[in-house]
Write a protein that binds this ligand. Structure first.
Ligand SMILES: [Zn+2]
Length: 250
């Protein structure tokens, strides 16, 4: 149907037309925006969310803006890669851990990084100078990721009466997690430990549910729903904060 306006302002869709909307998928999001003062269609990158925004002077012209943005998908990806806004792991920095702002502090010793809970909030204290400090903090984050992801994976495996799987912790840009039912192995990006615990839990449920259905069919989603309820808020959280999680330690 090519009648009125198939798109509306504020709508989000995958930048790549053929990309399935898998929850653990980090494919670029295209947000549609109408600006009556705009002279023509254009694309820009939202500095806060990392979303690609397609701007059109009217809703009627949004479909042109979508087509334009999709024709430039490769160029946009390159621009985003170049736009590194890192958040180095150094003393004084504040990162998210388990969804909570967590301060990094140097101990001035040679000791390993430790997570301590203080009245003012969680703090990671670590020894090591310069790069060594960052490495120790990152190791702690990865350990924490493995502990939490393994625990939630085992929990969901039990719920579905599934046998154990091999859990790997990786650092990929393209996916938050992946599941190989054939090899009974699940891989997670360690960065999801930076997200609130319920988002991490959802990711574990997402991957474990793939042992039952290796697709994103309605039957698959009903298994996910049984494990964690409505998945949409978790998905939205990852979409909104994905860019920020990727900045940590870069
Ligand atoms: Zn999936």
């Amino acid at each position: 149907m090519k009648n009125s306006a198939p798109y509306r302002t504020g709508q989000r869709l995958p930048l790549n037309a053929g990309t399935p909307a898998g929850e653990e998928d980090q494919s670029l999001v295209l947000r549609l925006s109408v600006n009556p003062r705009a002279r023509r269609i254009s694309i820009r990158i939202d500095a806060r969310t990392g979303e690609v925004v397609a701007v059109a002077p009217s809703e009627r012209r949004l479909s042109d803006a979508v087509a334009f943005a999709r024709s430039k998908a490769d160029w946009i990806s390159e621009r985003l890669e170049a736009r590194v806004e890192g958040l180095p792991l150094e003393p004084g920095a504040t990162i998210l851990l388990h969804g909570r702002p967590t301060r990094l502090e140097a101990t001035g010793t040679a000791g390993a990084a430790r997570l301590v809970r203080e009245a003012g909030g969680p703090v990671i204290r670590s020894g090591g100078d310069g790069e060594a400090f960052g490495r120790r903090v990152e190791n702690l984050l990865k350990r924490e990721a493995r502990t939490q992801l393994t625990a939630r994976t085992e929990h969901h495996l039990r719920s579905l009466n599934q046998k154990p799987v091999k859990v790997s912790i990786v650092d990929t840009r393209s996916r938050w997690g992946s599941c190989s039912p054939h090899n009974r192995s699940i891989r997670y990006s360690w960065r999801v430990v930076l997200a609130p615990p319920e988002v991490l839990d959802y990711l574990a449920a997402h991957e474990v549910a793939h042992l039952v259905h290796a697709d994103h069919s309605p039957a698959y989603w009903s298994v996910v729903h049984r494990l964690v309820g409505d998945h949409r808020p978790f998905r939205a959280w990852l979409r909104e904060h994905g860019q920020a999680l990727h900045a940590v330690g870069r």
